[in-house]
Ligand binder design. Structure first.
Ligand code: GLN
Length: 307
């Protein structure tokens, strides 16, 4: 299969679309990103990588980081983690508060904000403080991406804190239901820091390989999690990775994926490759508009799907 040709075709087709969505504008640091950018990369099990467009441009990974923190928490706590977080699609926007009240402070899944805050809380309990937890998260991401240069954008993290009213509310609500062990301030600060990590599509497609290969990095043979855990993470990505558009993504793309409001999406093709796409314009559900379209086209042209 000529992946390079397919990626270039996909890039050309999506860039010609008039509607490129709307850049996230809830914080100034994200609002100023040029909407005319598009990058896409795939990394195969032997390390071969193919890219098109702005694949070297770093962007804010935002909620993509939730896949990595969920992996870390699952490794530390195993199925005990599900005593405090569910694994069902929420059918609600990523930052919604209402369901959390009805469901006694147990977030529906680890990929909506409430669930990710809860995951971060469990990491804080294990690593004792925000600095150690953040360092462990950075180390894990640098390991799976095989890139020690990866770090976070301080301005984005601080700006999130200045506008973090909803996330702080979600953390407080969980605290009121005894489903948050650490201080709200520590939890949200650590959460915003990992959301503010910057990567490009090349790094992210590489970082997905352990999930495409049942928990083992196919390039260096390192096992990060069990086969069972990798399968479960992929299942949660398929059912919950795009918030209330998860059904639509499964319908059109047919692969497990996770999006972020920075415009990035990561996708797993089991036993084959990791994929990442980035374009900062979002659709109404907060997922990259061109990114979703590109993945749909890529899946169609390659015939790749889990179904
Ligand atoms: N930092 C963002 C927030 O908490 C992440 C949301 C997202 O990427 N969907 O609102």
């Amino acid at each position: 299969m000529n992946y390079q040709l397919i990626l270039d075709e996909v890039a050309e087709e999506v860039m010609s679309l008039k509607n490129k969505g709307k850049v996230a504008n809830y914080i100034p640091a994200l609002e100023n990103v040029d909407i005319e950018q598009f990058g896409m990369s795939i990394t195969l099990f032997d390390g071969t990588e193919y890219s098109t467009g702005n694949a070297n441009t770093l962007f804010s990974i935002q909620s993509i980081s939730k896949v990595f923190t969920f992996t870390m928490a699952l490794k530390l706590y195993g199925t005990d983690l599900y005593k405090r977080i569910g694994r069902e699609p929420s059918g609600n926007p990523f930052n919604s508060l209402v369901q959390l009240e009805y469901e006694q402070g147990i977030p529906r899944n680890p990929f909506i904000n409430a669930g990710a805050l809860n995951v971060t809380d469990s990491l804080l309990s294990h690593y004792h403080n925000s600095i150690n937890s953040s360092n462990a998260i950075f180390k894990f991401i640098r390991d799976i991406a095989s890139d020690n240069s990866i770090t976070y954008n301080k301005n984005v993290a601080l700006s999130e804190m200045d506008h973090g009213f909803r996330n702080i509310a979600l953390a407080n609500l969980m605290k009121s239901f005894n489903n948050l062990d650490n201080e709200v301030d520590d939890v949200v600060k650590t959460y915003f820091k990992h959301c503010a990590i910057e990567m490009n599509t090349k790094m992210l497609s590489r970082a997905m390989l352990y999930l495409a290969n049942h928990g083992v990095d196919p390039i260096n043979g390192i096992r990060y999690i069990t086969e069972e855990q990798a399968k479960r993470i992929n299942a949660v990505m398929l059912t919950c990775g795009h918030y209330d558009a998860s059904g639509d993504f499964a319908f059109h793309v047919g692969l497990p994926g996770k999006s972020g409001v920075g415009g990035g999406i990561v996708v797993v093709v089991p036993k084959k490759m990791g994929i990442s796409v980035w374009s900062p314009g979002l659709n109404s559900q907060g997922n990259s508009l061109l990114g979703t379209k590109a993945l749909e086209l890529f899946a169609k042209k390659t015939g790749l799907s889990i179904f």
